[in-house]
Design a protein around this ligand. Sequence first.
Ligand code: FAD
Length: 412
Amino acid sequence: MERVVVVGAGLAGLRTVVGLREQGYAGELTLVGAEPRGPYDRPPLSKAILSGKSDDSALPFDPDRLRVDFRPGVRATRLRGDVVETAGPGETSGPDLDFDGLVLATGAEPVVLPGEGARYLRTHEDAHALRAALRPGATVVIVGAGWIGAEVATAARTVGCRVTVVEQAPTPVAHALPPQVGRHLAPWYAEAGADLLLDHRVAGVGPNAVQFADGTTLRADVVLVGVGVRPATGWLAGSGLELDRGVVVGADLAAGRPGVYAVGDVAARWSPRYGTRVRGEHWDDALRAPAVAVANLLGGAQTYDPVPYVWSEQFGRMVQYAGLPAAGLPVAGPSAESHAGPDLPGTRLVWRGDPAADARWSVFWLGPDARVVAVLAVDQPRDFVAGRRIAESGAAVDPGLLADPAVSVKSS
Ligand code: FAD
């Protein structure tokens, strides 16, 4: 292999070029990134940067030391055979890049609602523009009570904005958590002084208002939309790669064509663990998948199949979740009989602590065989670390012991 091109200079793209050099690749290496800056971390955008604790989240990156031809401000526009076509700043046509190895790391883009002028939060520039708009006393409407919506609400309340969060589902984080769990996140909004409007579907957004599906309008100084992301695959149309809510890759992260791999938010990988396709969408995935893709690109035969992990810092709490998004699962209470869900066999909940009464609690999803399938922890890092480790190992637990918060989480 002599020429590797990496498209997308976010965390996954950076980890790919670092991984290539660490694993001994000595050939030409080009990193193409649409943004005008070097790789940076996105989680701080809705946390430290938005709340003013930090101005920058640049990741350490030395193109000279890594012998990387880094091209910021350059967008890949088309994949044609073994050539990536590019456009430079101002959409001027850029050079064609031919390759014998290609890693796709173009991440994801916010889902856009109908209407012009609302704000979205994905980039460094988005975060700084939003921060400037979050003035004390400003009215802020946030569409979406997911991970990002809650974090923006937290920052906006911290600076003294009047905040309303609008969510079409009956509970927060409904894309990832079933109502039995998500409902325990709802009181946090009122405690922080934010209004939470559940079961409210937004049909359109503008710079200073949202329109609801019933025709009514809610006005605001700032409108921020956080209703999810979709993988940045537009430029791959007609490339011959399989695209289905991401670049479809196997558990080896290969994209069905020799020498082509996808990592991070843009990848839709096959998970033998779950028997289904899994989208990245989380920082941990962008961090860890590239080393496996690189090993396989260089002739290895590794499998990438972790339990997905996401954290969120909201309303003064650390929320950690490991597992497949469990929202669609039929979840039974602890005393009800277990039954298998469509993709994930864990359907029985075991609580540690009482979410209605305790500040710190966790909840475990157990499969019919008492294996830990997923875990959500609120300010319970010990429960989380142990639960995630057990879920990764596929081990079982004693449900009776697990339900006792005075007993440490361990496998049976
Ligand atoms: P990205 O970070 O999206 O990077 C992809 C890069 O590719 C971008 O720079 C993009 O401009 C570029 N690109 C796209 N198309 C092209 C093209 N055609 N040509 C060239 N370049 C292109 N995850 C968590 O687990 N916990 C958190 O608390 C958390 N907080 C977050 C907060 C915010 C505000 C955001 C936006 C995300 C957060 N995430 C969090 C998610 C996490 O940041 C992402 O999963 C991670 O950034 C994915 O990395 P990536 O490299 O795959 O994609």
